[in-house]
Ligand binder design. Structure first.
Ligand SMILES: N[C@@H](CCC(=O)N[C@@H](CS)C(=O)NCC(=O)O)C(=O)O
Length: 233
């Protein structure tokens, strides 16, 4: 079988390095031991027609193998888990439980975390961001507290076995790493670090970081200066 190809960016701003969502796909492929190729996009290329054929919203990641093109990081991780085995249990009921954690990660936990990223990064210079921050932080803490409560003393979400549900949940929690949110919950912090200490994750992260070889786009210095102003205001 030929290797799958994923898409990733050849440049993102420094704060986003190690956070682009092709990382979860790379991690899943590393976990199952499948080598892959990367088709790098320069900034802006994601919105061109050729890439929108792969990803209707003009984003990364995508996944291609013979006769199949997929978008949405969660769907890709699920496909990799099902295709190659090892990241989802064979037993149908256990598999369904692991799958529910995949959806929980991207549907119940990630949205509030992304909301926080809009307030603290992407829309930091907007007048409404500081006003929204308390409510957004409260929602993030609500999710983290509930998740921490459910995790309890377990090693992984469903017990002793790492699954695609953990892979996505750790990926989502890690968006907040070292910002003091996850770190409020010791068991959740330990869980997140168990995930990111896995050799497969470390390989995936190193590969993503090594891929940022493109030149800085000319719009970036002005954008970064505006962001800095927003932070000082
Ligand atoms: N729900 C999508 C979100 C993908 C997404 O937000 N990708 C970002 C990078 S992490 C992107 O391509 N942003 C560039 C853009 O929207 O133009 C997924 O999980 O695959």
């Amino acid at each position: 079988m030929s290797r799958p190809t994923i898409t990733a960016f050849d440049w993102v701003p420094p704060f986003a390095r190690g956070q682009v969502r092709d990382l979860r796909v790379r991690w899943a492929l590393e976990e199952v031991g499948q080598r892959y190729d990367v088709h790098y996009l320069r900034p802006g290329e994601q919105k061109e027609c050729a890439h929108r054929e792969r990803q209707p919203f003009g984003q990364v990641p995508t996944y291609e193998e013979e006769g199949l093109t997929l978008f949405e990081s969660g769907a890709i991780v699920q496909y990799v888990a099902e295709r190659y085995g090892t990241l989802l249990p064979d037993d149908p009921a256990e598999r369904a439980r692991a799958t529910e954690w995949m959806y929980a990660a991207i549907n119940s936990v990630e949205p509030s975390i992304m909301d926080l990223s809009f307030v603290t990064v992407f829309e930091r210079d907007k007048p409404w961001s500081e006003m929204r921050r308390p409510a957004v932080e409260e929602r993030v803490h609500g999710r983290l507290a509930d998740l921490s409560q459910r995790l309890g003393d377990r090693i992984w979400l469903d017990g002793d076995t790492f699954t695609a549900g953990d892979l996505l949940m750790v990926s989502v929690l890690r968006i907040l790493i070292d910002q003091g949110y996850v770190e409020t919950y010791p068991s959740l912090t330990a869980y997140m670090h168990r995930g990111i200490n896995r050799p497969a994750f470390q390989r995936a992260l190193a590969d993503q970081l090594a891929g940022f070889t493109g030149g800085t786009p000319e719009w970036y210095p002005a954008w970064a200066a505006k962001q800095k102003q927003g932070q000082q205001a």
